[in-house]
Design a protein around this ligand. Structure first.
Ligand code: HPA
Length: 239
């Protein structure tokens, strides 16, 4: 059961220098590394590249998932930095999302671009793997980190942040957190037959959600740096 961790913006993984794997879908974001998380040795991939050179809409999600698949990965834990849409979520809160709403566009979002043999429509009723979510929840508990056991992840296109009105709409749609990277990553993992779950850390109140009239980007990056340690603590308690 080979595990992989996909690290988001500055989060939890240190990928090695070296040539990224070439796949039929192009190059992965970086070479695959290896790291120890609790009793697991996991492959690690920095979603945005070693130098953080790929913005969310330019990440080659298909190549990343294809690279992990060809390395024999059967479980992926993804880390995300997100904005908090609902007022109960504060900066540094951890969320294990259980649902997704996809607002992205123009991304290469499927391995089934042509129906070579027969139509393929994967089931995505539950976008995240229940067993892997449970492992994350238990790891967080062992690490002494409180987490929110539900979350509706709104995936926006980026790279800009949202307008306040857009965040009002996300809340109306039922979203509780907003980020830019869970899609098409989660759907591609499902298409590839890889169990996938994610852990998100809130690094800012989403635009206008706290009544503010702007988002302080330097505070956001500071929160991301702080979050890395919390993710590592949770992941190091995986059984
Ligand atoms: N919106 C979208 N993506 C994000 C945010 C946000 O407020 N914060 C971190 N990633």
């Amino acid at each position: 059961m080979t595990l992989a961790v996909i690290g988001g913006s500055g989060l939890a993984v240190q990928a090695p220098a070296g040539e990224p794997m070439d796949t039929p879908y192009g190059r992965a974001s970086c070479a695959l590394g290896e790291a120890r998380f609790g009793s697991n040795t996991a492959l690690v991939l920095a979603r945005h590249g070693l130098q953080h050179e790929f913005p969310p809409h330019r990440v080659n999600y298909r190549a990343n998932i294809a690279a992990l698949k060809s390395a024999g990965v059967s479980r992926i834990i993804a880390t995300y930095a997100v904005g908090g849409v609902t007022p109960d979520l504060g900066v540094a809160d951890l969320v294990i999302p259980d649902q997704i709403i996809d607002y992205t566009h123009g991304r290469e979002h499927t391995f089934f671009d042509e129906f070579a043999d027969e139509p393929v429509h994967i089931d995505f009723t539950q976008p995240f793997d229940a067993k892997l979510r449970q492992s994350l929840l238990e790891a967080a508990q062992r690490a002494g980190q409180s987490t929110t056991d539900h979350g509706v992840y709104a995936c926006t296109q980026g790279p800009r942040l949202e307008s306040a009105a857009e965040v009002v709409r996300l809340a109306r749609d039922g979203a509780t957190i907003v980020g830019m990277t869970a899609m098409p990553e989660a759907a591609l993992a499902r298409e590839a037959g890889i169990a996938y779950a994610g852990i998100a850390v809130v690094v800012n109140p989403a635009a206008g959600a706290d009544g503010g009239d702007h988002i302080d980007e330097s505070a956001l990056w500071q929160s991301i740096a702080d979050a890395s340690r919390r993710f590592s603590e949770v992941l190091s308690c995986l059984d």
